[in-house]
Design a protein around this ligand. Sequence first.
Ligand code: ADP
Ligand code: TRP
Length: 330
Amino acid sequence: MEDIVLSGIRSTGNLHLGNYFGALRNFVKMQYENRCYFFIADLHALTTHPDPKILHENVKNALAQYLAAGLDPEKSTIYIQSDVPEIAEMYLLMNMHVYVGELERTASFKDKVRKQPENVNAGLLTYPSLMAVDILIHRATKVPVGKDQEQHLELTRRFARRFNNIYGVEFFPEPQNFNFGHDAVKVPGLDGSGKMGKSEGNCISLIDEEKVIRKKVMKAVTDEGPKTPDSEMSEPIKNLFTILDLVSTPDTVAYFTEQYKNCSIRYGDLKKQLAEDILKYTLPIKERYADIINDEAYLRKVVTCGAERARASASATLREVREIMGIRKF
Ligand code: ADP
Ligand code: TRP
């Protein structure tokens, strides 16, 4: 059976290296051999109460950046989550089998409660149900996402299993993360610890100006340098090497690893090289983005056609889910 691949992103800011290497790059590679869906999660974005004036602008920017980074509308179905009303209906149905306790225990929910204690809305709590529906509504089997989304995928599998068990059907497959046989990726920030993320405010965006990228990399946190051969690497230095591994050639990585080991490494040189190699990825994307973002007609065509195809698939699943749950027409 062919794999159905799906991935998505919240429309809350510019595409950054974490999004690209954690999720999008895999998706782009997969779109030539599978049935692929990619969407912008604007309903999920509402959980943090964005200004209505900028919500649409953010959706448009995200779409243009993803197209610039390699999504191919000829190969993949690309759509906006809110253009597919079947998702909202299935979210309602799915919530009947999702328990408040399990949602309250989700790491991302606990994190949001800490970060926005004044806005702990029900949408935030049910974020994983909506994400599960995004996936299950196309009966997707592979979901290329970064490491931070693994708990959400685990919940999706649990909801799928539960639905199948309750109704005695084998309807939903259990979707798996996919990274070509490797562990899921976590792109670190350059501020010493943690992941690169929009809410962390430590992103290198794919459309940052050249000099901004150089500046951000040169400001990355480092340490005093290795004192003895084979001394344990501190977290900030490991992080620099993790990113180097993603953007540079194996020779370059081997060169700096050796320099670290024999204690002759100069972090300034490592950062210069890192900035150079990041720019090789980002500059072509930034150039394509500048063209695409001004082409309103093209963007409209992509999402109109995407919504049509996504709705055809979503409504077929929803029809069966209603039937299985006992909602029938007279
Ligand atoms: P952000 O965390 O910046 O708000 P999103 O939550 O919208 O970004 O993430 C969209 C996709 O990018 C998800 O698949 C997520 O796993 C991936 N992603 C985001 N940040 C990282 C990171 N630092 N490392 C790996 N993948 C990431
Ligand atoms: N929760 C994801 C994130 O923050 C975005 C997302 C929503 C998603 N629905 C999805 C990703 C379905 C993959 C599949 O990154």
